[in-house]
Ligand binder design. Structure first.
Ligand code: DAH
Length: 352
């Protein structure tokens, strides 16, 4: 719409805007008025201002200031109208309504179990150590009585590192290769060297296996290792400790039995079973109707391990056990499948 410049038309324009703003109910309505009159393209007042340049000098002198005044006034009016609507709308909010609770993150169930486990161990006087994920073959294998030719190296599908590693280590070990640790047992001799005996120690940490991922295999997973070294440590201490840890973690009395097993770094070696926490040993899907669940590996520390750590021969004995953290978490939270933890399915994870 083109404005004819005279006093009446300007007065008429002001009235139109006043009326339009009286009818404005929302900030969008106010915006529409702004666009119609002040819009950069085709705004009625904007066009009128542009047309000033075609006027004679006298007319310019009259209408120039009039149009500018009008523009300033309208801008003020629009701002005021917007502000009034804002205030209006916030007054319309019902402050007694419950608020919108923002979503917050939380710890993963595996982390929760790890923390709880650490609290239990700490209360029993164990120290907690993590150690390096990239380690020398010596600590992951040789020091644990697993020499190069030992078949156990094949069982533990290892990520061998080809790139030369220049990390400075306390102990100078010529020509040992480097691996991603395949188990937390890699920390046994490291800790013995660092702290000496007696020791009460737990290692919760990430380990790696060169396996193709399937339903029950992950290349990266969590284990924890526990070991105790002193002058008179025996199998009874091992059995009691496992039982007590489980009793506190699962908050019920569980039975533990030690089945004979084989690990190069323990002698004798055992595979500990725990009575099923779901059916209390009666038999259910989780324990495959046996009443027992397998919980990892354990045994009395082999004399060759002490030897690798430089401990005097025959002076110390010790027990060790190692377990997968996901198994512990699965039993703790009653999840039927370990994979549910790792699938990042929020419907599951949000429950913790
Ligand atoms: N390191 C073993 C594994 O990953 C588990 C294990 C067995 C740990 C016996 C121990 C042990 O401390 O005594 O399969």
């Amino acid at each position: 719409m083109k404005l004819k410049l005279n006093n009446e038309s300007l007065a008429q324009l002001q009235k139109e805007i006043d009326d339009a703003l009286v009818g404005a109910r929302t900030t969008e309505d106010v915006d529409a008025v702004r666009v119609q009159y002040l819009g950069r393209k085709n705004g009625v007042l904007t066009e009128a201002l542009k047309s000033l340049k075609d006027l004679g000098l006298e007319e310019k002198k009259v209408f120039g200031p009039l149009l500018n005044d009008l523009k300033n006034r309208i801008e003020e009016q629009l701002t005021r109208a917007e502000h009034a609507l804002d205030v209006d709308q916030s007054a319309a909010r019902d402050l007694t309504l419950p608020g919108i609770v923002p979503e917050t993150g939380h710890l993963h169930p595996m982390t929760l179990v790890q923390h709880e486990l650490m609290d239990i161990f700490r209360s029993m006087g164990f120290m907690i150590v993590e150690g390096p994920e990239l380690d020398q073959e010596f600590y992951n294998f040789e020091s644990l009585n697993i020499p190069k030719t030992h078949p156990a190296r094949d069982i533990q599908d290892t990520f061998f590192i080809k790139t030369p590693i220049t990390r400075k280590e306390k102990r100078d070990l010529p020509k040992t290769g480097w691996v991603m640790r395949t188990h937390t047992s890699n920390m046994q001799v490291r800790i013995m060297e660092e702290y000496g005996a007696p020791l009460r120690c737990v290692v919760p940490a990430r380990v790696f296996r060169n396996e193709s991922t399937d339903a029950s295999h992950e290349h990266t997973f969590y284990q924890f290792e526990c070991f105790v070294v002193d002058e008179k440590i025996n199998i009874g201490n091992l059995l009691w400790t496992i039982q007590e840890i489980f009793r506190q973690l699962y908050k019920k009395d569980v039975k533990v039995r030690l089945r004979p097993g084989y690990f190069p770094f323990t002698e004798p070696s055992f595979e500990p079973d725990m009575s099923c926490v779901f059916c209390d040993g009666v038999g259910c899907r989780v324990c495959k109707y046996t009443g027992w669940v397998e919980m990892g590996g354990s045994g009395m520390i082999h004399p060759n391990v002490f030897k690798a750590a430089g401990f005097p021969e025959g002076k110390y004995t010790g027990f060790a056990f190692g377990m997968g953290m996901s198994r512990l978490a699965m039993l703790k939270y009653g999840l039927p499948d370990v994979r549910l933890f790792m699938d990042s399915d929020l419907r599951i994870l949000k429950q913790f």
